[in-house]
Design a protein around this ligand. Structure first.
Ligand SMILES: Cc1cc2nc3c(=O)[nH]c(=O)nc-3n(C[C@H](O)[C@H](O)[C@H](O)COP(=O)(O)OP(=O)(O)OC[C@H]3O[C@@H](n4cnc5c(N)ncnc54)[C@H](O)[C@@H]3O)c2cc1C
Length: 296
């Protein structure tokens, strides 16, 4: 372990040095991080977070890397993946379900469908984890994920465990106030419904998603937050950015808020394309598009 990281020596069993992040991002474009950590318990995660805060070591959580661009330069500090089963489980509490932040949206849909809980089935095909989905308030045509939220278990900025009720968090198109917290688990409330009805809605959503964003292609997205009363995609279309391209990065013709990653693309292509779009929209419509996608 590097000299400068002696303060992390007790975490050596869970730290991997100079780990490539590209296998962990949806676009497949990413450099390496200084340390990749996979904590084995909430307590270990909290202790690692506190050690990083105390020693001013950058600390980041990686979900499934679906709403994230990682530059080719090394990401300094510690990147945490919540892959241990303690962060990926589901607990049926009767009227609500507690889901680990590291669980995939797909596994959550599957758990809900098997337990006759309706609501998540229309998220089918959206990649990501519960933690990542909550942070960006992932939504589909039926509405945002926040409408099912009851409670959120987090580590606050001091590394202390806290439970936040939904009422304490403001969710909006502009984001929410979870940005500086580590999300550990989320309690959701669902309506009960018959399996056949849930499966029917799931199939319908799956078909329309395959039309919206054809599968089997790497994407970066969603790129921008929707400005008040507008959608980023429609602004980009009006601004002539449909199918705009820089190197191997191209605006998706089905949904302009996603960028198709062609073979041989580099992350800098995506970043340059984003900059061109932002500048063009500012000049043409006097609107400053805010990024939804995280850039490390
Ligand atoms: C093909 C494709 C289709 C998509 N379709 C949709 C769609 O229809 N609707 C929609 O709303 N979005 C959509 N998205 C966006 C994306 O899927 C969601 O935002 C997703 O939920 C991100 O989750 P993630 O685990 O991949 O997060 P990541 O990309 O890994 O992380 C994103 C951000 O969340 C933070 N984060 C992740 N987990 C935690 C945690 N536990 N605690 C604190 N911070 C955390 C990360 O630090 C980072 O800043 C799509 C993306 C792609 C690539």
């Amino acid at each position: 372990m590097g000299f400068e990281m002696k303060c992390l020596i007790e975490f050596e069993p869970i730290l991997k040095k100079s780990s490539s992040l590209s296998p962990y991002t949806f676009s497949g474009l990413a450099g390496v991080c200084e340390y990749l950590a996979e904590p084995r318990s909430k307590e270990e995660l909290a202790a690692l977070y506190k050690a990083c805060q105390t020693n001013k070591i950058p600390f980041k959580i990686l979900g499934n890397g679906c709403n994230l661009l990682v530059r080719s330069a090394m990401v300094s500090g510690v990147v945490v993946k919540l892959t241990n089963p303690v962060f990926c489980g589901f607990e049926n509490l009767g009227n609500t379900v507690r889901m680990g932040a590291g669980a995939s949206i797909f596994a959550a849909i599957s758990f809900c469908s098997q337990n006759n809980m309706a609501g998540f089935e229309t998220l089918i095909g959206i990649p990501g984890t519960i933690g990542g989905a909550l942070l960006s308030n992932t939504s589909d045509k039926s509405g945002p994920i926040s409408r099912f939220v009851r409670k959120i278990e987090v580590l606050d900025s001091l590394g202390n465990l806290q439970i936040r009720d939904k009422e304490e968090i403001s969710f909006s198109d502009k984001g929410n106030d979870l940005r500086d917290l580590v999300i550990l688990s989320v309690e959701f409330a669902f309506e009960h419904d018959k399996t056949e009805s849930i499966v029917k809605r799931l199939r319908k959503a799956w078909i329309s998603r395959k039309i919206q964003l054809p599968l089997g292609v790497p994407y970066a997205g969603k790129i921008f937050k929707n400005p008040r009363g507008l959608t980023a995609a429609s602004l980009m279309e009006q601004g002539g950015f449909q199918k705009a391209r820089v190197g191997g990065a191209e605006v998706c013709d089905r949904d302009s808020n996603y960028i198709v990653i062609h073979p041989h693309a580099v992350v800098e292509d995506v970043l340059r394309l984003i900059e061109q779009i932002k500048q063009g929209i500012r000049e043409r419509f006097n609107v400053d598009l805010e990024l939804e996608i995280a850039i490390w």
